[in-house]
Design a protein around this ligand. Structure first.
Ligand code: RIB
Ligand code: CA
Length: 311
């Protein structure tokens, strides 16, 4: 099987970490680099989480730092959803033998896109600042990136405001640059990710499996369960579902639609505008996930995590 080359751009975070472990347990893909962006927590933490996680799992992959701020200031949006450092109450050992790439995220994207000669795909599961900077610096990427699979937005609803999802809300300008790039896009938004919940059954199975990745995932799930009991978000696998869209598309129903991002509204900036009914007279530029087969997704995710570290 020819492995599909990917870069994963993430604001690691609890669900990002689980998506990363799943990605390294997917035989279909080869992760060429993990690039870090600020979002759930400051970039100093998201990048450290990425580096520490890779070393903890014994995975040799390029890890780069990235954007510390969105294109226009959004104030302090670092909530408590992912805990102080981004991995909830899980403390990974600091990396001792690994170091960050000499290149920042946009340069890593440029270099690997050129190396992969039109086959590179991006999994984007945080604010899109790095991607937009890369596209702005290197317009050739519009022809070199094969597909962008992203967790973000929603046809209906939001989790920051009633109309905006976090990844897009943090940097709507960056998201607009990406949606206007012409690169094939698949949007995996809250419409489906808010149904992508793991429970005690999966936590128990992973803990009993006993690998580093499966026990770490179980520990992160435990934190998410406690968070939910305290009134916070449930164990939603937002980011892993965007990976699933790329690897097991049969778990999602997607529809082609026009997609744009509202950047200016005082209360609506960050809203993803979709046109599922085709009433706006605009050409579709994205595929948007609208339905989820939860059991297919959960079974696949657990098996990927079990394979992580044993690729
Ligand atoms: O809205 C959910 C998204 O915001 C997920 O990617 C989560 O990790 C946070 O970044
Ligand atoms: Ca994320």
């Amino acid at each position: 099987m020819t492995q599909r080359p990917f870069i994963i751009d993430c604001d690691t975070g609890t669900d990002d970490a689980i998506a990363l472990m799943a990605a390294f347990g997917c035989p279909e893909i080869k992760v060429r680099a993990v690039t870090s962006v600020n979002g759930n927590v400051r970039e100093e933490y998201t990048s450290a989480n990425n580096l520490n996680l890779m070393e903890y799992l014994g995975i040799d992959v390029e890890v780069s730092r990235g954007a510390t701020l969105p294109f226009y200031p959004r104030g302090n949006y670092y909530g408590t959803t992912h805990g102080r450092t981004g991995l909830g109450d899980v403390d990974l050992p600091d990396a001792q033998h690994s170091s960050f790439s000499k290149d920042m995220a946009p340069e890593v994207i440029r270099r690997i896109a050129a190396e992969e000669n039109g086959e590179l795909e991006l999994l984007v599961v945080g604010p899109m600042t790095n991607i937009a900077i890369a596209l702005s610096l290197y317009p050739q990427l519009k022809e070199q990136i094969k597909h962008i699979w992203f967790m973000g937005g929603a046809v209906k609803g939001g989790n920051v405001t009633s109309t905006a999802e976090f990844n897009i809300w943090v940097d709507p300008v960056a998201a607009k640059i990406v949606t206007e790039s012409g690169i094939p896009l698949t949007m995996v938004g809250l419409d489906v990710t808010e149904k992508a919940v793991l429970g005690r059954k999966e936590e128990k199975e992973l803990r009993e499996y006993g690998s580093k990745a499966s026990v770490l995932t179980a520990d992160i799930l435990e934190y998410m369960f406690k968070r939910c009991q305290g009134g916070g978000e449930d164990a939603l696998m937002h980011d892993a579902l965007a990976l699933a869209a790329a690897v097991i598309p049969e778990c999602l129903t997607c529809k082609e639609t026009f997609l744009d991002v509202e950047c200016r509204g005082e209360y609506t900036a960050g809203h993803t505008v979709t046109d599922l009914r085709g009433r706006m007279g605009k050409k579709p530029n994205a595929s948007v996930a609208v339905e989820l087969s939860l059991d297919i997704f959960k079974d696949w995710l657990v098996e990927c995590i079990k394979r992580c570290g044993k690729a």
